[in-house]
Design a protein around this ligand. Sequence first.
Ligand code: FAD
Ligand code: SIN
Length: 528
Amino acid sequence: MIETDVLVLGSGIAGLSFALKASRYASVSVVTKKERAESNTNYAQGGIACVLSETDSVESHVQDTLRAGDGLCDEAVVREIVREGPDRVKELLELGVKFSRMDNGSFHLGREGGHSHRRVIHAEDLTGRAVEEALLRAIASNKNITVYEDRIAVNLVVGWKENKCYGAYILDKEAGRIVPYSAKVTVLATGGVGCVYLYTTNPDIATGDGVAMAYRAGAKIANMEFIQFHPTMLYHPLANSFLISEAVRGEGAVLIDKRGNPFMDEYHELKSLAPRDVVARAIDNEMKKHGDECVYLDCCPNTTHKPLGFMRNRFPNICEKCLSVGIDMDRDPLPVVPAAHYSCGGVKTNLLGESSIHNLLAIGEVACTGLHGANRLASNSLLEALVVGHNAAGKAREILGEEKEFRAIEPWNPGNAKDSDEAVVVVHNQKEIRHLMWDYVGIVRSDKRLSRAKRRIANLNEEIRQYYWDFILTSELVELRNIATVAEIIVDSAMSRKESRGLHYSLDYPSKSDQYLKDTIVERPWLR
Ligand code: FAD
Ligand code: SIN
């Protein structure tokens, strides 16, 4: 057994920024399931929404966030997170993040959908990588932090009577052993759920492990029907899950169909820069209407009214990726499709990251603080991870003041599990779930499609449960079980919202209803 004051699961912006702060007064173990930089954070392009310009205001950022959230944001949470943003960004500067600046030295602020001001601070189009690298650099020289790579958390350890978390069981992937980690504070920073869907902008790590573990442990899970689909993932066989940042549209690029028609004019007054849910639904509609495989993003100087070479300077990473598959942004329209991108729901927490289980905190994309409501405003998630990570470090300190002893955790009991001789079952079931979530629980939903998905996922879940107990655990099996659990939670949440609001659009209930002006809460049935 490993003992650590604080156990952090995940090494993206939430886990690492929290760990740095908690290390000032505690021993911290960061467990991460692949190489330490591999995270959604590492791929973030657009940047961090933050009020830094004199012509902008906290109130304006608050109002834009509330408008995107479509009635379901917690206004107090929104105000606090937006207000704290500049201080947290300042800390990133102190850690050496080089945000892009203009010739006069002031920050270059990007524009994205739903924002009424330019307010997205960025490091070219590689903001996430710049932040991740700075945090990892700071952690490398910190004696109180140990990072364990290639270890995947399997289950949380919870005392049911006292409703308290004591750590987690962690699978060491190389050694094939499951080791108990005993902790006074456990922090879920496991990121998103994009891989529950066939097409996603997320890397392979985003299998919803934190939400699934918290659900099994009895925590409250909120608003999982609100899955954000990013309108523009590059559609090319060699461009695996590559995002074309919304900031490209912020600089004047226009969505067109294959006939060259700028179709967004028919859908919203903000045209290609309309809120993400509107754009994703419009693209879905156009593709279905014409039977097209994709739409296109026109970034040519004639359309953007920017000088030749502007895109190359502003988006060097995107330009390079496009060129690598034979597309020149200055000349060729980019083929794009929508893809699952961000989970607005998650483990229900407050502003301090506290979940409904004592000593279990959740921060970053895995959590649902109330900031995003029914739809996240672009670039508000890195901001949220920084602010709540900071607050949670204060909460963890308080908990450590009360918890004096480590709880002894029983060794993992493998029962009669034996080596699986049919790995194909895991691969097949994962594909099946991701396909059916895309087809039946995607951008546009209906009662019939949701019921169909519910029946199939229930069957698959039963099969996976059996498989889980019969065979020795592998990380693939752990992830499959979590994907199936999260898929079921998304379907249940979507079925219970009989209206269309924010990211949840139902053909059977196309309008909003005040009756549903509340969070959807899901809990494990036998604990209710
Ligand atoms: P992550 O950064 O995803 O980190 C999760 C960590 O948990 C990883 O280290 C992972 O390996 C680990 N992990 C997961 N499960 C386990 C387990 N069972 N055991 C151990 N470790 C585990 N947001 C913005 O605000 N601005 C942007 O410009 C922006 N651009 C984006 C572009 C892309 C392509 C994507 C995919 C997302 C973007 N987002 C953006 C969203 C944003 O990047 C994420 O919401 C944010 O980075 C999440 O940070 P996190 O620390 O919560 O999780
Ligand atoms: C993007 O750059 O378009 C992604 C921004 C975000 O998801 O917040």
